[in-house]
Design a protein around this ligand. Structure first.
Ligand SMILES: Nc1ccn([C@H]2C[C@H](O)[C@@H](COP(=O)(O)OP(=O)(O)OP(=O)(O)O)O2)c(=O)n1
Length: 183
């Protein structure tokens, strides 16, 4: 049989939605998911939906919480409680994050292009993706913390730079890199 892209583990036909990391009814993950669904996450889930903001064009939006600082603090508590800071130096966190990026890639592997909203993905596959993207984010936030990068502010600065590099009036409708513009 060919290498899988996670579909087998999930049940490609999507008859039985599951929330475990491998979509096989892992009780531990199911429990933690229930806690989120029944707790603070409930409000968050209902917020995360398509909104059109009166513009007519539907756009997916996030919940306002947790903030990046909330995530930093929660992960710091998680590592402190386990005495894991001894392992969480910048290089290790970088490697862990890249490993998780690989796990995200695996979910997209061999599928060809995928449309926005992942219309053909099962609930199980979507939950797997949500978990892997979360792993990437958790390690990214902790990496920034351990490197003393104030990530939310750094993102603001970088976005301002991006706007300067790519003036909408100049690049509208073009995906060329800024170095390709002759002026
Ligand atoms: N030393 C560790 C191990 C785990 N985690 C946290 C951060 C990630 O969110 C998640 C990563 O856990 P795993 O290494 O078990 O990876 P996965 O959850 O992706 O499991 P799997 O590799 O089986 O898919 O747990 C952490 O902070 N530090």
């Amino acid at each position: 049989m060919m290498a899988t892209n996670g579909k087998d583990a999930c049940g490609i036909n999507g008859d039985v939605p599951s929330v475990s990391s491998h979509c096989n009814n892992d009780s531990l993950v199911n429990k933690s998911h229930s806690a989120v669904v029944n707790g603070a996450g409930t409000e968050a889930s209902s917020h995360s939906r398509l909104q059109n903001g009166g513009t007519g064009a539907e756009r997916f939006t996030f919940s306002p919480e947790p903030t990046i600082e909330d995530i930093r603090r929660m992960q710091a508590e998680f590592t402190d409680e386990r005495d894991w800071n001894q392992f969480h130096q910048p290089r290790n966190l970088l490697l862990a994050m890249v490993g998780e990026v690989g796990e995200v890639s695996e979910l997209f592997q061999w599928r060809g292009e995928v449309a926005e909203g992942l219309p053909n993905w099962t609930e199980c596959e979507r939950e797997q993706l949500a978990q892997e993207l979360s792993d990437v984010m958790i390690y990214l936030v902790e990496l920034a913390e351990k490197c003393h990068v104030d990530l939310p502010q750094a993102v603001l600065r970088k976005m301002a730079l991006n706007r300067l590099k790519y003036p909408a009036s100049k690049v509208h409708g073009s995906a060329k890199k800024y170095t390709e513009y002759k002026d």
